[in-house]
Design a protein around this ligand. Structure first.
Ligand SMILES: O=C(O)CCC(=O)C(=O)O
Ligand SMILES: [Fe+2]
Length: 370
């Protein structure tokens, strides 16, 4: 990675270390293990949140608050994104990974991007650096981020990359190589971005903030859509809490941004670390998206909302595709603990950091040479 040799600033070090310490403490039976509340991954029908009645919207926000202070994971139904759009993007992922020749994929390799965009073969990066000594096979991925052409609002023309540069880091396969790639991404990205903006307003309400209080932070938001392909394991293993898992898939991690909107081709695979440190398979809910709290929401709320550790282990004989959408605020905005979440007895645990800088640092930490 061309940027990996730059000297670290104290904020970069904090971004990396705080995240790793949090992950290590969760994996080592640490923070939260004494909580008594039963662990739930609730299903929230958000259809009433599109109502013109503030009371209806607040009722949905209250359910979100409960989920965020419990597991940090929930399913949403009533989201309004058609099933056809969801199936189309999963089919596109399959087409990209299965039909594009290896050398064409290599030409889009993420190693050529200082913003970690592009194609990534299995085994190129690890979300949990602790995995590097193990024989894990990460999934193949393809990532793309915000660009004004993908934003149904057209954006405000002020998009800045992770490092603040006035450029756009996306890389796309050619139309000849994967016909319809950009158009299919555009349809999905546009819909899921609108949903994300709607959800961030609900998150604001869930924190007793004015509904529009975060709007100015998402005028050109960083939002990364990632296509993932997990091969079918030759010898799938059932989940056994008594046995240390050989993680065939994506290692234990928390997500970096505000929250993630996850679509997957099969229910089986996503596992969530409960406060008593057992891995819980995410339940299946037809037609839903899985939403999980990520690090910015944890930092904003001084740890009240849980950026929960999760991983993917394909325990079936089938291949698996998924499409997480990692929703950040504008990368040039600061992420700062909300005043309402700080008191003399409970000072801020997290220093302010620019959104893009935090995400970039977390991404750099996944690279073997990072
Ligand atoms: O593939 C999945 O279901 C989840 C992927 C994930 O957690 C991630 O990419 O951060
Ligand atoms: Fe994740």
């Amino acid at each position: 990675m061309a940027t990996a040799t730059l000297p670290y600033s104290s904020t970069q070090t904090e971004a990396r270390q705080a995240a790793q310490q949090y992950l290590d403490s969760r994996l080592a039976n640490g923070a939260g293990s004494k909580e008594q509340k039963p662990f739930t991954v609730p299903e929230i029908n958000i259809a009433p949140s599109f109502s013109s009645s503030l009371e209806d919207r607040k009722a949905v926000a209250a359910q979100i608050h409960d989920a965020c202070t419990n597991s940090g994971f929930f399913h949403i139904t009533g989201h309004g994104i058609p099933e056809e759009t969801r199936q189309k993007i999963l089919a596109l992922a399959k087409r990209f990974f299965k039909t594009l020749p290896r050398e064409k994929k290599e030409a889009l390799h993420v190693k050529n991007s200082q913003y970690f965009r592009g194609y990534e073969p299995a085994d190129f990066t690890y979300v949990n650096p602790g995995d590097w000594s193990e024989e894990d096979a990460a999934p193949e991925t393809k990532e793309g981020g915000y660009e004004a052409g993908l934003d149904p609002t057209g954006g405000d023309g002020q998009y800045r990359e992770l490092d603040g540069a006035d450029v756009n880091g996306n890389v796309w396969p050619s139309e000849d190589d994967v016909p319809g790639f950009y158009e299919t991404i555009k349809e999905y990205y546009g819909q899921v971005l609108s949903l994300a903006r709607h959800l961030l307003r609900l998150f604001a309400l869930s924190l007793d903030l004015p509904e529009d209080s975060l709007d100015a932070m998402m005028t050109h938001p960083g939002g990364i859509a990632r296509l993932l392909y997990y091969t079918a394991p030759p010898n799938p293993q059932p989940l056994d809490p008594k046995q240390k898992d050989k993680e065939i898939g994506l290692g234990a991690h928390s997500d970096y941004e505000c929250f993630t909107i996850l679509l997957c081709s099969s229910a089986s695979g996503l596992e969530i670390l409960s406060p008593d440190d057992t891995w819980i398979p995410a339940p299946a809910v037809e037609g839903s998206f899985i939403i999980n709290v990520a690090d910015f929401l944890m930092r904003w709320t001084n740890g009240v909302y849980k950026s929960t550790v999760h991983r993917v282990v394909n325990r079936t004989k089938n291949e698996r595709y998924s499409v997480p959408f990692f929703f950040s605020i504008n990368y040039d905005q600061m992420v700062e603990t909300l005043p309402s979440c700080i008191s003399p007895g409970n000072p801020s645990k997290y220093p302010p950091i620019r959104a893009g800088e935090y995400v970039l640092e977390r991404l750099r930490a996944t690279a073997k040479d990072g």
